[in-house]
Design a protein around this ligand. Structure first.
Ligand SMILES: [Zn+2]
Length: 227
């Protein structure tokens, strides 16, 4: 049977020992255990935190007894998507607050079952110190998205809430608490969103590893256009 290959957009950062992680989280490490030269086959031992690289947060990241990563229905993570451009043409400042009023112009596209990807333009700073001083979403942004029926939200930053070196920022974990508290899912460190702005028929897949009882997992985030 003839099949045509579809263009897939890779929205995933590569994992390697140099990548940035949330302050205090374990670093990604890959240790060769055997080599083809010495053993005839190659195997690595991997170690990383559950919130490493491009990943999703399960409700149990913030909610006692909330769904864990293996309990999230797969169809919640493979869905139509809309990219919400709040990048202000690259003029978003470090630690700028993004509120519901920045997202509201997209309200008509924010229907139940749609995955909302918030494009702040910050993924271009991945690997620099400035990546930690990312813009962040206010609690009212989470409440507005939830009111539209949105349950899965992706950001191109380390965190939808403010990242501080230790403890919490003045807004705490407001976005996490509201979204995960509503049974939602957050994708963090999503990359390459700019080419997707305004694309009709956009779909994304954010499938995690099936880690029993765990609060998050790296994902291979991809997007494509449905004909
Ligand atoms: Zn996370």
């Amino acid at each position: 049977m003839a099949s045509t290959s579809r263009k897939l957009y890779d929205l995933t950062h590569s994992l390697n020992p140099q990548i940035q992680v949330y302050p205090g989280d374990p670093k990604y490490a890959a240790t060769p255990l055997t080599t083809v030269a010495a053993d005839g086959y190659q195997i690595h031992g991997l170690s990383f935190g559950s919130h490493t690289g491009t990943h999703i947060d399960a409700p149990s990241h913030f909610v006692q007894g909330g769904d864990t990563i293996d309990q999230i229905p797969l169809d919640q993570l493979v869905r139509p998507a809309v990219v919400i451009d709040v990048s202000k043409s690259g003029t978003v400042r470090p630690k700028q607050k993004i509120t519901w009023s920045d997202i509201q112009p997209y309200e008509n596209e924010l229907k139940p079952g749609v995955i909302a990807l918030i494009y702040m333009g910050w993924y271009e700073k991945w690997g620099t110190q400035e990546y930690f001083d990312h813009p962040y979403l206010t609690k009212d942004a989470a409440e507005g998205l939830i009111a539209c029926g949105i349950r899965v939200v992706g950001v191109d930053t380390l965190n939808p809430d403010e990242t501080v070196a230790e403890g919490e920022g003045e807004n705490g974990f407001g976005f996490h608490s509201v979204l995960l508290g509503a049974g939602g899912i957050i994708a963090e460190n999503v990359t390459n969103l700019k080419p997707l702005v305004g694309l009709p028929g956009l779909h994304v897949s954010l499938l995690p590893l099936k880690l029993e009882g765990i609060d998050g997992s790296p994902v291979r985030a991809i997007a494509w256009q449905m004909d």
